[in-house]
Design a protein around this ligand. Sequence first.
Ligand SMILES: Cc1ncc(COP(=O)(O)O)c(C=O)c1O
Length: 452
Amino acid sequence: MKHLSYQQLADLDKARIWHPFTQMKSWENEEILIIERGRGNYLIDVNGRRYLDGVSSLWATVHGHRKKEIDRAIREQLTRIAHSTFLGLSHPGAIILSDMLLEIVPNRLKRVFYSDSGATAVEIAIKIALQYWFNRGRSRRNIFVSLNNAYHGDTIGSVSVGGIGVFHATYKPLLFKTVKAPSPYCYRCELGLAYPSCKLACVRKIDDILAHHEGRVAALILEPMIQAAGGFITSPPGYLKAAATIAKRHDVLLILDEVATGFGRTGKMFACEHEQVQPDIMAVAKGISGGYLPLAATFTTKQIYDAFLGEYAEKKTFYHGHTYTANPLAVAAGIASLRLFKQEKILYRLQPKIRLLSRGLQRIADLEHVGQVRRIGMMTGIELVKDKHTKKPFPFEHRTGARVCAEVRKHGIILRPLDDVIVLMPPLSITEHEIAQLLAAVEQAIRTVTEA
Ligand SMILES: Cc1ncc(COP(=O)(O)O)c(C=O)c1O
């Protein structure tokens, strides 16, 4: 590759590229970071500076960067083939990975449909749910129920079931209609109630909605245990279980979006295990390939799969697919990553790190401008507020969260906030020493920015 200086690269980037979720006017005026390499839990920029990857390269990296077992698996796969289509053909890697995945997902799930991102995995879940009812001659069941503050990806179907105004409102004319239930956001309860005296009134709203639209709802879609992009909103104990029970009672399919939570992030392999919930359909992506390459999967029960079987002329086929479905390189990374979970006893070894994180966060929770710290497993959201007592937020345009993350960067740590929620979601491979470093830097940065 032609060697370009930092300045040449930065100038070219700013002249040519449009970055995701980025106000490019600010970007063009900032000193941008250009990552060239990675090693373990660190990212290294073109100037050789090292940064702890505090958000797992957007919630993807599981075992760290340049993990030798995953690197080797991809290289070995390259000696065979980089890509062949999954439409009408198969390949050994995908067959092996499917077997490994179906061993670890909730055991009602018996089939896997591959794609390449979280949004596509959700899009597929939605289409499968709709067509399941259609194929069974019950096409009146075509309403989707989702939550305020939900985020399921950026394609139109996924946006339709999303519920974050600033991301989604503009596209309203393009979206299909959904019915929204309250977000289980206890800190700012939509119903003006307090947990636990509310007795999970927000989940009872789901019951009301399903009763109101009895026989018309295809599926309820949820992010289990934590609404991630909505602000790391952890749901109160019992919420997921109750929602699943209600869906079942109304004969409504339960779709769980484990794109952010899957593969150990919450301390268990999948977040739904915390409340022993078994979905009808489940979407995963991000960590499935160890965070190496684009890969996603949508799982269904046998009952759903069976509804798509029929004679060719019956047109029950699931007419959906993507060019890079089950790409062999991504699949090789996925197999290597799942082997590491077993060989390195990742989930077992994670527990003391989670305890350390939990203890360390107590100091941060006490800070004057920290409204609430929400955490499940290794996923932490720190909500900053102007006034701790009234919960009044900082003005949106102050970009307080972004300024805290810029301050953290001076300590050699990369974070990306969700407005004024500081997100900590390091790779599962983070060490106890690095957790301590991360917490100390975050505490100091919050103080510097909010107490100035
Ligand atoms: C819960 C959830 N679903 C879906 C997505 C979309 O995933 P992707 O960005 O891979 O399309 C995300 C991404 O953050 C997510 O957190």
